[in-house]
Design a protein around this ligand. Structure first.
Ligand code: G3I
Length: 493
């Protein structure tokens, strides 16, 4: 990692002394199963982070270290505030498979079983990573031996946690911090298996568990326009195009400020048809500056339906991996900080999340190394001015539909469609429109879609077909192409 991590707006700024050490010493050196579904709109304000997040169908998790589970305040705070968890170290390859094919489940099981007993969502972290590897993974191994060790590791660990983990960081931090777009970090995996190791790992993971979400997780991919982000974006786009199983992208988000285009970045990944999760959030700073940065992170995630959850990388500043930056929501005595309150308020104000089931089953034969198409680069600024299609007045007993642009970026956009009942209640609805310029929907929620050429038809889901007289419901989608708001028709049987 360079000494100049991304800061607001993608600009680079020098690190303070302590952060420089931290970056060099840590990042630099390191280098259930139910899908969340749309839920009811937020009710009365919730008083804990997990409950507030749950109102919009999301989770709010924390990293937990098994070594602190004997601290009753730590466990009480975890249980009270969070509805999700990631084991900070215990599921990594070295700790969990210290000798070949001999697994040390104890510490990870402690965390997972506690979480499951409390109904929390568990993220699996992580299957293939260049850091914290066991010593038996070394350069003496042949490529085929490493491949078979990797496949066995993925299979055994995923089998052990089947049904308890909802998403796995299948590959962690595989991209380099410098170099051309798409450059991978040099590691034993690239050296022995080539860049196709990422695809091989995802295919092995899907074969091990078809029902769990498979994520790619990395740091410094928070800015929409950063070269490292573009490399990951191109990979996800390529995987989607070729049917390589991938369901989610994790933005670790270790920073001092979210980049100004952070929400756009989340939306552009979501537009590829994957969930996005903030996976290791910690924000250096204090007071209102830190609180404001945290608020912007939560607002960016909750503005995008497919941003399904946020995990902070620890509970208390005193045990953070970067404790000198006081980056968490609770101080060293487990007191709530100002940042806590701004996160809670932002979660309480959130709009619903949505997430389809994991992607379809893998094709059997892993193809050659992933291609990275330069044309797939994410682009710049989102459009600021939302527009809406003219709404048609519903006949009595009928309905009308209005398409509104929520967000747009080069090559894609996000829209919300309001379906309104006329003077009588509606029981089932169908909305139709025609794209004016070759747009294609990449992901749609709260409705069932069929398309034929430029014609789009969306019908209600089982839970939102009934609309009271004069009331309305919405569905949303992301699409490729230039934002457009064609006139939509609505019919009800
Ligand atoms: O458990 C041993 C202990 O027995 C030994 O005495 C001690 C001596 O150093 O080390 C202890 O292990 C340490 C482990 O944390 C548990 O505390 C390791 O040295 C130390 O390297 C390890 O650091 C972890 C780091 O990943 C390793 O790369 C941090 O806790 C953990 O927060 C950090 O998490 C990573 C994510 O997994 C990936 N993204 C970046 C993030 C921050 O670096």
């Amino acid at each position: 990692m360079s000494d100049f991590p991304l800061s607001a707006g993608g600009a680079r700024r020098p690190l303070s002394g302590s952060r420089r050490v931290l970056a060099a010493g840590a990042l630099g050196v390191l280098g259930v199963v139910t899908a969340l579904s749309a839920t009811l709109p937020a009710n009365a304000a919730a008083s804990t982070l997990g409950a507030a997040a749950a109102q919009s169908g999301r989770y709010f998790g924390t990293a937990i270290a098994a070594g602190h589970l004997n601290d009753s305040t730590y466990v009480a705070t975890w249980d009270r505030e969070f509805n999700g968890v990631t084991a900070e170290n215990e599921m990594k390859w070295g700790p969990i498979e210290p000798s070949r094919n001999s697994f040390n489940w104890g510490s990870a099981d402690q965390i997972v079983n506690h979480a499951v007993s409390k109904g929390m969502k568990v993220r699996g972290h992580t299957l293939v990573w260049h850091a914290q590897l066991p010593s038996w993974i070394n350069n003496n191994m042949s490529a085929s031996d490493l491949r078979s060790a990797m496949t066995n590791h993925i299979t055994q660990v995923m089998n052990h946690y089947k049904g308890k983990v909802f998403a796995w960081d299948v590959v962690n931090e595989a991209f380099a911090d410098g170099g051309a777009v798409g450059t991978l970090r040099d590691s034993i995996f690239t050296q022995k298996l080539g860049k196709g190791f990422i695809e091989e790992a995802f295919r092995a993971a899907r074969a091990a568990d078809p029902n769990v979400k498979l994520c790619y997780n990395d740091y410094n991919i928070d800015s929409a326009t950063a070269a490292k982000t573009q490399g990951v974006y191109n990979m996800v786009k390529d995987f989607k195009a070729r049917g390589v199983p991938i369901d989610c992208v994790g933005l670790q988000s270790h920073f001092g400020n979210p980049p100004s285009n952070y929400q756009q970045n989340i939306a552009q990944f979501a537009a590829l048809g994957v969930d996005v999760q903030i996976t290791e959030l910690d924000v250096g700073g204090s007071g209102s500056t830190q609180a404001d940065a945290y608020r912007r992170v939560v607002q960016a995630c909750t503005a995008v339906p497919r941003c399904t959850g946020i995990t902070v990388w620890g509970i208390t500043d005193k045990w953070s991996w970067r404790s000198g930056d006081t980056p968490l929501l609770f101080d060293g005595n487990f007191n709530k900080k100002q940042a806590y309150t701004s996160v809670l308020n932002a979660l309480n104000a959130a709009t619903p999340s949505t997430s389809p089931s994991p992607s379809a089953s893998p094709s059997q034969s892993p193809s050659a190394s992933p291609s990275a198409s330069p044309s797939a680069s994410p682009s710049a600024s989102p459009s600021a001015s939302p527009s809406a299609s003219p709404s048609t007045s519903p006949a009595p007993g009928g309905c009308s539909a209005t398409i509104k642009t929520i967000n747009s970026w080069g090559g894609g956009f996000q829209s919300e469609v309001t379906v309104q009942a006329g003077s009588s209640a509606v029981n089932g609805w169908t909305v139709k429109w025609t794209w004016p310029g070759g747009q294609t929907i990449s992901s749609l929620w709260n409705g069932r879609q069929s398309s034929s050429g430029s014609s789009v038809t969306v019908t209600n889901e089982s839970y939102n077909g009934s609309i009271a007289a004069g009331a309305s419901t919405t569905f949303g989608f992301t699409a490729n192409g230039t934002a457009a708001t064609p006139t939509a028709t609505c019919t009800s049987p």
